[in-house]
Design a protein around this ligand. Sequence first.
Ligand code: NAD
Length: 328
Amino acid sequence: MNEKIKVGIIGVGHLGQHHVKHFSRLTGVQLAGIFDTDQGRAQKIAQQYPTKAFSSLDELLESVDAVAVVTPTQTHATVAGKCLEAGKHVFIEKPITKTVAEADRLIALSGKQGVLLQIGHIERLNPALLPLKDFDLQPKFIEVQRLAPYTVRGTDVPVVLDLMIHDIDIILSLVDSPVKNIRASGVSIMTKSVDIANARIRFHNGTVANITASRIAKDQVRKIKIFQQDLYVTIDLSLGLTEVYRILDTQRKDPHAIFTAPLDQDGYQRQIVYEKPAIKKSDALQMELSNFIAAIQGQEKPIVDGAAGREALAVATKIQQMIIDDLL
Ligand code: NAD
């Protein structure tokens, strides 16, 4: 009996071609085929792997158990909705949809059909973020910068939905408290929509996150700084570098101390200890898609489910609306 999960990929453009590559290699998966409204593109990718290029979405849906939706964001609600209605497990590239109402409809549909809805917030699996699980993180202040040189790709949506949403999702996964309030501002430089944005999110537990995103930068920058009681972490998502500074009060000098205060009257000395956790090289997309398959098989929880994708979108759309209101 063939127990492999039959997967189809919808949209095989810049990112979708990588989905095809990974699904063609994943164990437990049978790459059933692809569909793209650009038939020429679909034929080219189908020959490369090789797989079947279906001539319609309906035809693909007859041959699969699960799909990856890698089409432009404004099509996610319609395309993924059709797949969920057909009872297929759905992985959607981020952002989940363009509007929160669309996301709510998809979440309700996946619940009704009893199928998985997973969202491709790939930065959660950035190798530089993975060592954070070894630390007791209770951030008080988070500072994030995500700057990228201008490219046409992604400019169909504002920078908040294209780039900042990665960091919103990361921050929501790090802070265990609801959002209390948001301040935001931004500007349009190259496109008719917002190209540079800054947001300050305050959570009910007092944590504050300050995020800047720009798609008009000279160089790519993706940095996160986390400040909390006795701990400071700096993460470079582009370089794959994580550095941790901890404040310890001990009687013996730590070999990794980069600063040691004089002994106090109880014989303790305050030290700043520096650590650079080893970063394991890994392919985030491969890990994310294999998690999708394991989640369908009931072996793992989805890293980012529909609800988490919806929360990131809800905060992003609030930020975007504030920027628009501020510009008027
Ligand atoms: P792209 O324009 O390169 O590719 C999109 C493809 O979808 C094209 O080949 C197009 O012909 C096809 N298409 C359009 N409408 C379709 C439809 N209704 N049915 C089937 N095919 C259709 O775009 P891209 O850069 O690959 O981005 C695709 C999605 O992936 C977007 O939602 C984007 O936000 C997301 N994305 C995520 C990341 C990430 O870091 N997770 C990075 C890049 C893009």
